[in-house]
Design a binder for this molecule. Structure first.
Ligand code: MLT
Length: 408
């Protein structure tokens, strides 16, 4: 038998959402009469926008005609999509990145999971706690996180985000090589303030660190003062890469399309001291391991950045925002502590009576057939919390809240 990669052998348990799915499957098998409502994994309920569907149909027809058929696409994604992203997401905010600094992919999960591959085995990673588990697990798979005990890796710098610090991570006492920041945050649904992000960019510039900025939930930002992109901060293009996704923005969780900005100014150093450009290295990595997001999906994505497409996707976003508002109001009227939900589709709820996260998850599933996500699954600081998503239909959100109330 071949030897397993020792880093994989150290991995703890299963991926968070696989464990949630396993418990839900078990419950359904034992209680086939239950109509389970999921407010667990952040999967959307609203269909794709008509402009997206139309673009898909057109692109499929192109693939049927020898004159317009497409095979392998450009490694970084088609220029039509990169230009549309630039014109829509970055140029209007005065951000001076270029289209060739944008990489199209099949999802932000793959991008955030893969990006760490470019860093050496001894590099130190900082993660907020709680955190989207992909950041932690992918670094553990790379073998740079040390030993695992009591839900902590010995070589990760954890930055607790709690109600006490307003869910804003403090600067680390030990210098990390790279830092993951997610804003609007998954799982807490909260924001890092403009001054908070400025502080991080300043820290990264002063310490030669790189920020991996996950802005997958940017479309949910409502606060006029909030930053939509880290590149709104001068100098961030020397130290930050930014992940964006159409999954929640435009209902692409099944279709799959995301984009990553790797500015040319970001540099890393080789073991013998030579400086390398991270952009070129990422292109090297992607062109070796990835053949790109399908043409028809990139055409569908392009439609998201048209006038009708934007209007249509914002209708779905409005539904999710209203769900979040409904949940916040209900939880707070029950005297519970609920966070997030204003600039994000996630509500971070303190469990009643100090219950542990998985105990509350089991109780809600058992007694109400409602699925949430246990906060401790996102990290130690998530113990005693659960996360609810606003992505269900309004009807199911209402029904889930009624069941929740009954259980309380
Ligand atoms: C979540 O529920 O945290 C997300 O949907 C998971 C993901 O995007 O991979």
């Amino acid at each position: 038998m071949p030897n397993l990669n020792p880093a994989y052998a150290k991995l703890a348990g299963s991926y968070l959402f696989s464990e949630v799915a396993r418990r839900v499957k078990k419950h359904k098998a034992e209680h086939p009469e239950d109509e389970v409502i999921s407010l667990g994994i952040g999967d959307v309920s609203q269909p794709l926008a008509p402009a997206v569907i139309e673009a898909l149909h057109t692109a499929v027809d192109e693939m049927a005609d020898p004159a317009t058929f497409r095979g392998y696409g450009p490694e970084q994604g088609y220029a039509f999509l990169r230009e549309a992203i630039l014109a829509h997401d970055f140029a209007p905010r005065g951000i001076s990145i270029t289209a060739d600094e944008i990489f199209i992919s099949d999802g932000a999960k793959s991008d955030v999971g893969n990006f760490q591959e470019m860093f050496g085995p001894d590099t130190v990673v900082a993660l907020t706690d709680p955190v989207y588990p992909v950041y932690e697990d992918s670094n553990a798979m790379a073998g740079r996180t040390g030993d695992y005990a009591d839900r902590r890796w010995s070589n990760i710098v954890y930055l607790p985000c709690t109600a006490e610090n307003g869910f804003e991570p403090a600067l680390p006492s030990r210098r990390p090589d790279f830092i993951y920041l997610c804003c609007p945050n998954n799982p807490t649904g909260t924001m890092i303030s403009r001054s908070g992000l400025e502080k991080w960019v300043e820290y990264a510039r002063a310490n030669g660190s790189i920020i991996l900025f996950d802005a997958a939930y940017e479309v949910f930002i409502r606060d006029d003062a909030a930053l939509h992109s880290i590149y709104e901060i001068p100098g961030a293009d020397e130290v930050a890469v930014e992940f964006r996704s159409l999954s929640k923005t435009a209902g692409f969780t099944g279709l799959r399309c995301a984009y990553l900005v790797v500015p040319r100014k970001i540099r890393a150093v080789t073991p013998d001291g030579a400086e390398l450009n991270l952009h070129d290295m990422w292109l090297r990595r992607q062109s070796t391991k990835y053949n790109g997001c399908p043409y028809i999906v990139q055409r569908a994505a392009e439609a998201v950045f048209t006038e009708p497409g934007r209007t249509q996707i914002m209708k779905a976003v409005a539904i999710y925002r209203a769900n979040a508002a409904m949940m916040l109001e209900e939880f707070r009227s029950l005297g519970l502590q609920a966070f997030g939900g204003e600039n994000s589709p996630y509500i971070w709820l303190k469990t009643p009576d100090g219950m542990k996260s998985w105990d509350f998850f089991d109780r809600l599933l058992e007694k109400g057939a409602v699925v949430c996500t246990p906060g401790v699954g996102f990290g130690l600081s998530g113990e005693g919390y659960v996360r609810f998503t606003a992505f269900a239909s309004p009807e199911n959100t209402r029904r889930a809240l009624d069941r929740f109330k009954n259980i309380l």
